[in-house]
Write a protein that binds this ligand. Structure first.
Ligand code: NDP
Length: 381
C-alpha cells in the first residue's frame, strides 16, 4: 500500500507499506518539508532490503509528512502528531505495521503519536511504535545503535582483512546522533577519530576528538561545531570545505546523502584511506563508489553498515512482546552479533556471486534473496 493519509489544514501525510514478507512493515516517519510520496516510496523500498539484512523478522515501509517542525511550539507539534495518528492508527499495529522515528520525529513525537494511538484504540500496544521513551517501553542502546553498529561493522571488515582499529585515524562527518556514537565506539575499539563536521564546516583535532566536549557542544548546548575548536587548544575549525581532505585510514560518512562525491573519494584514496563505512543513508555518490572500487578501498554501503538502528528497533519489539527489559550490556552484545552477522552475509554472498570483497553487491543480493524467497514461499507470485 502506498497511501496518503489525507490532508489536514494544509499538510498531507503518507505511509508506504512496501513489503511484509519477513514481518510487519517497519520503517520511520519523517517530518520535513522535502517529504513527498516519491521520496517515501524510495526510502521504503531501500528499507525492505536493509531490514532483511538484519536477519530480524521485519518487513519494510516508510512514512511521513511535509510538515516542518522547525519553529513550532511543543503544543503545535503535539496537535500535529495527534492529527497524523488519527488517520494512521487504522493502518498500523504490532503485527501489521510498526513505524519508528526518522528526521523530525524523535522520542517526543513518538510519545504524542503513541498517546493518540492508545486514546483511539483503548489498547496499551507497546509494540505498535519503536523509539519510545525508556520509561514506557523504549529500549536501551537505541540512541547509540546506528553509530555503534557502523563501528562494529567496520571492525568486522577489519577482522576479515586480518586488521584492527588499533591506532587507526578516522574521519567521521556530521556531529549528530550517528556521528557522535560512531566516534564513541571507534575510540572504545582502539581507533582515534580526528575530525567531524556540521553544515557550517569541520574541526580537526590531532589529539583525537574529545567526546565529552563534543557531546556538550552538540547534544547539550546544540551549538555549532566551531565552538568545539574554540574550547579545545589542539583543534582547529575550517569553515565550509570538505572534511574528506583530512587524511585518515577509516572514513565514516554520517551526515547526509551525497556528501562524498568522486573528487572527495579521490582525495581520500590518495591520502591512504583503506575503509569507508557509511553511517548515513547513501552519503557516497555512485562516482565515489567507483573510485573506491578502483583504488581497492574496502567500502560498506549504508544499507548494511547503518542497519544497527533498525535492528535495535526490532530488539525493542522483542522486549515489548515478552514484556521484558534488557540491560545495556545485553542489548549491545546483541547489536554486535547482528552487525557481525550482516557483514558475514554480505561478505559470503559477494564471494558466492563471483565478486569477492564487493559488499555493495553482497548486500543487494543477500537482502533481495531473503525477501524474494519469503515472497515466493507465501505463494504471492
Ligand atoms: P542528525 O540530524 O542527528 O545529524 C546530522 C548531522 O549531519 C548534523 O551534524 C548536521 O549538521 C550534519 N549535516 C547535515 N547536512 C550536512 C551537510 N550538507 N554537510 C555537512 N554536515 C551536514 O542525524 P542522524 O545522525 O540521526 O542521521 C545522519 C544520517 O544517518 C542521515 O542520513 C540519516 O538518515 C542516517 N541514519 C540515521 C539513523 C539513526 O538511527 N539516527 C539510522 C539509519 C540512518 P547541522 O546540524 O549543521 O545540520
Amino acid at each position: 500500500m502506498a497511501g496518503r493519509l489525507g490532508r489536514g489544514a494544509d499538510q498531507p501525510g503518507f505511509r508506504v507499506e512496501f513489503n511484509s514478507a519477513l514481518g510487519p512493515y517497519k520503517g520511520g516517519l519523517r517530518f520535513h518539508p522535502s517529504v513527498n510520496l516519491g521520496i517515501v516510496k524510495f526510502l521504503g523500498f531501500e528499507q525492505v532490503f536493509k531490514n532483511a539484512l538484519t536477519g530480524m523478522p521485519i518487513g519494510g515501509g516508510k512514512g511521513g509528512s511535509d510538515f516542518d517542525p522547525k519553529g513550532r511550539s511543543d503544543a503545535e507539534i503535539m496537535r500535529f502528531c495527534q492529527s497524523f495518528m488519527t488517520e494512521l492508527y487504522r493502518h498500523i499495529g504490532e503485527y501489521t505495521d510498526v513505524p519508528a522515528g526518522d528526521i523530525g520525529v524523535g522520542a517526543r513525537e513518538i510519545g504524542y503519536l503513541f498517546g493518540q494511538y492508545k486514546r483511539i484504540t483503548n489498547r496499551y500496544e507497546s509494540g505498535v511504535l519503536t523509539g519510545k521513551g525508556l520509561g514506557w517501553g523504549g529500549a536501551l542502546v537505541r540512541t547509540e545503535a546506528t553509530g555503534y553498529g557502523a563501528a562494529f561493522f567496520a571492525q568486522a571488515m577489519m577482522d576479515t582483512a586480518g586488521d584492527s582499529f588499533d591506532g587507526k585515524r578516522a574521519v567521521v562527518s556530521g556531529s549528530g546522533n550517528v556521528a557522535v556514537y560512531g566516534i564513541e565506539k571507534i575510540h572504545q575499539l582502539g581507533g582515534m577519530a580526528v575530525a567531524c563536521s556540521d553544515s557550517s564546516g569541520y574541526v580537526v583535532d590531532e589529539k583525537g576528538i574529545d567526546l565529552d566536549l563534543l557531546k556538550q557542544v552538540k547534544e547539550v548546548e546544540r551549538g555549532r561545531i566551531e565552538l568545539y575548536a574554540e574550547r579545545r587548544g589542539s583543534a582547529r575549525f575550517v569553515a565550509g570545505g570538505s572534511v574528506w581532505d583530512v587524511p585518515c585510514e577509516v572514513a565514516v560518512p554520517s551526515a547526509t546523502q551525497n556528501e562524498l562525491d568522486g573528487d572527495a573519494a579521490k582525495v581520500l584514496a590518495a591520502n591512504g584511506c583503506r575503509y569507508v563505512v557509511e553511517g548515513a543513508n547513501m552519503p557516497s555518490t555512485p562516482e565515489a563508489v567507483d573510485v573506491f572500487r578502483a583504488a581497492g578501498v574496502a567500502f560498506a554501503p549504508g544499507k548494511a553498515a547503518n542497519a544497527g538502528g533498525v535492528a535495535t528497533s526490532a530488539l525493542e519489539m522483542q522486549q515489548n512482546a515478552s514484556r521484558d527489559r534488557w540491560t545495556f550490556e545485553h542489548s549491545e552484545a546483541k547489536l554486535e552479533e547482528i552487525m557481525r552477522g550482516i557483514h558475514t552475509r554480505c561478505h559470503q554472498t559477494a564471494e558466492e556471486y563471483g565478486a569477492p570483497g564487493d559488499l555493495v553487491l553482497g548486500a543487494n543480493v543477500a537482502g533481495f534473496l531473503e525477501v524474494a524467497e519469503a515472497v515466493h514461499a507465501h505463494g504471492l507470485i
